[in-house]
Design a protein around this ligand. Structure first.
Ligand code: ARG
Length: 588
């Protein structure tokens, strides 16, 4: 792994050791005060404390040793013993050369990759997608890319919500409307029609009607619960009708997710583990983990150390049907059997308690150690009123509408940038699409996963600031440099990089933080750390571009070096954008 902070830490660590101090305290990080120096080490204080020495004096000793190395241009002391470090141009240049020739592009690579399942879908059959599903898709797809880049074998599972009460609600509602359909004939056990009696559009109307009726009328609710239990119990007509719901929804979902550039390797759902539920219940029983509670069977998971009450996991309801917790538990049985070493759930953070219940139960069954099941929760995308984002009409989000909205805004922005008299490029629509999706995805990913954020279209689509379009703009500008110089990225990349100007050294130093950023994003499942790095790279490139002529540089050696530096920057940015699921247009 090529990491400038790691290399510097090693050097400074040796110096600490040479003074008889703990080498680990020599850790170097990117400076909080870049105006003073690009890197800093704060370990002298702790070392002085441990050695019962005067921190200033100890730091002086360290400085003398560091000065004697040829890695630093400048080592200064600040405060009671902070070390500010400015590496030499040669040091940075050497590392950059390693980065450029690294077969992994300087990204982080695990030495012990795992087989992981990432659960980042969770749309409910027949219910419309909501913003939570959007976030889970965008974050999940990005985490999948980040983890794959780090070497893990990652499989994405959509885990459809296809086995709960909403299924019984649909069946009961259709039964009321069309009682003569063969699916409701109890005597009939096979030979059901191949064509679905309902389309996705029908379902979108039937579901709200059904759930509304159930809310109002307890009798309708009882009907729906009964239908759910019978469906789960295997009633053939209900299963056949249910299969139609799944099939029509699958096709529509594949289109929706496809528009977003999100793919799943597995299209399983809650229902697919139904055959495992009985055995799972028996396993729990054998371990004495099931207890009776008001006719239902539950697993107690509370611990003395809990800060708040954790209710038991509901395994079997009193009418015999199973719920969300049971299907998630059985899914873990399946995932463990299939040899996945780790299961990660990219699901709304408000479901934290559910995952605590499921993970604790799974651990007691010996399926996984607790730290091999992760709930990577996320916050809500809110509207300007601070409540979960809705469309202008106040309805739940339709993904296609949301995409139209961002693409429309992107087109507006592009139009504003057109110079008078310029012809509108023929591919304007395609470019607007890429810009719009970049805006949406980057806005979502650049916030720490767990925080809520506000949907602000104007800000998302701005060409300046920490936005997707700004990063695309930076990449497109790099491309235009190669075009102007009459070369290609591949050709340009072959040049030897010599750093002379401060802006060049700064850009290189920022780029050398890639592995650290990627590793942190990977380990913490936090794509925003990668977004921040990408933004820092784009900004450093802008400064370099403003300060140093590239295609117009007269000195051939310098020109070739700057083209090579631009090519390396372009490649790193492209590598990151690909992991964020953001596609770069040829021009903007
Ligand atoms: N269907 C659920 C919902 O819409 C989300 C499922 C998340 N994944 C999981 N394995 N529980 O709330």
């Amino acid at each position: 792994m090529i990491s400038i902070t790691q290399r510097l830490s090693a050097l400074v660590g040796e110096t600490f050791a040479a003074e008889g101090l703990d080498a680990a305290l020599g850790a170097v990080r990117v400076s909080d005060r870049p105006d003073l120096a690009p890197f800093q080490c704060n370990g002298a204080l702790a070392a002085a404390k441990a050695a019962k020495m005067n921190p200033r004096q100890l730091a002086e000793g360290l400085k003398a040793r560091l000065d004697a190395l040829d890695a630093f241009d400048d080592v200064t002391l600040a405060g009671p013993g902070f070390l500010n470090l400015t590496p030499t141009q040669t040091f940075v240049e050497g590392l950059l050369a390693e980065l450029v020739s690294d077969s992994h592009g300087g990204a982080y690579l695990r030495t012990d990759p795992e087989k992981v399942i990432l659960d980042y879908g969770g749309p409910n059959v027949a219910k419309p997608l909501h913003v939570g599903h959007l976030r889970s898709a965008i974050i999940g797809q990005s985490l999948k890319n980040i983890m794959r880049r780090a070497g893990d074998e990652v499989v994405g599972d959509i885990h459809l919500g296809d086995w709960g009460l909403q299924m019984g609600q649909l069946i009961a509602e259709i039964r009321r409307r069309q009682p003569d359909l063969p699916y409701f004939d109890e005597a009939k056990t096979d030979g059901f029609p191949e064509d679905s009696p309902v389309s996705v559009t029908d379902l979108a109307e039937i579901y709200p009607a059904a759930s509304g009726a159930c809310k109002e009328d307890p009798e309708r609710m009882a009907e729906a619960q009964q239908a759910t239990a019978e469906l789960q119990g295997g009633r053939p007509g209900y299963r056949a009708l249910w299969q139609h719901f799944i099939d029509v929804s699958h096709a529509a979902l594949e289109t929706d997710y496809g528009e977003l550039g999100v793919q799943f390797e597995l299209w399983r759902g809650e229902a697919s583990v139904d055959p495992l539920i009985q055995a799972t219940v028996e396993r729990l029983e054998a371990k004495g983990l099931l207890v009776e509670s008001d006719g239902a069977r539950v697993v107690e998971v509370a611990r003395d150390t809990d800060k708040k009450d954790i209710p038991p996991l509901l395994m079997v309801k009193s009418n015999g049907s199973v719920g969300y917790g049971s299907t998630d538990l059985a899914t873990l049985v399946e995932r463990a059997d299939e040899g996945f070493a780790r299961c990660i759930y990219v699901v709304d953070k408000r479901q934290a308690e559910h995952f605590v219940q499921v993970f604790r139960t799974a651990a007691r069954l010996g399926l996984y150690e607790e730290d091999h099941m992760e709930h990577a929760g996320f916050g809500t995308m809110n509207g300007k009123d601070g409540r979960p984002f809705k469309t202008r009409e106040g309805g739940v989000l339709r993904l296609a509408d949301l995409i139209d909205m961002v693409v429309g805004k992107a087109e507006e922005r592009l139009r504003e940038n057109d110079r008078d008299g310029d012809e509108v490029p023929a591919d304007r629509q395609d470019v607007a699409r890429m810009v719009g999706l970049a805006a949406l995805k980057f806005a979502d990913l650049s916030n720490p996963r767990t925080t809520d954020y506000i949907f602000d279209l104007d800000r998302f689509v701005a060409f300046e600031g920490k936005t997707g379009p700004y990063l695309l703009y930076a990449s497109v500008r790099m491309r235009s440099v190669f075009a102007k110089a009459g070369t290609t990225i591949e050709e340009a990349a072959k040049g030897t990089i010599q750093l002379t100007e401060p802006a060049e050294i700064d850009l290189a130093s920022v780029m050398l933080g890639y592995a650290d950023a990627h590793k942190a994003a990977y380990e913490r499942r936090m794509p925003h750390l990668l977004c921040e790095h990408a933004y820092a790279v784009a900004q450093a490139f802008s400064k370099f571009y403003a300060a140093c002529p590239i295609a117009n540089e007269d000195n051939i050696t310098v020109r070739s070096s700057r083209l090579a530096l631009s090519a390396a920057t372009f490649r790193q940015l492209a590598d990151i954008l690909a992991q964020l699921g953001i596609a770069v247009p040829d021009h903007m």
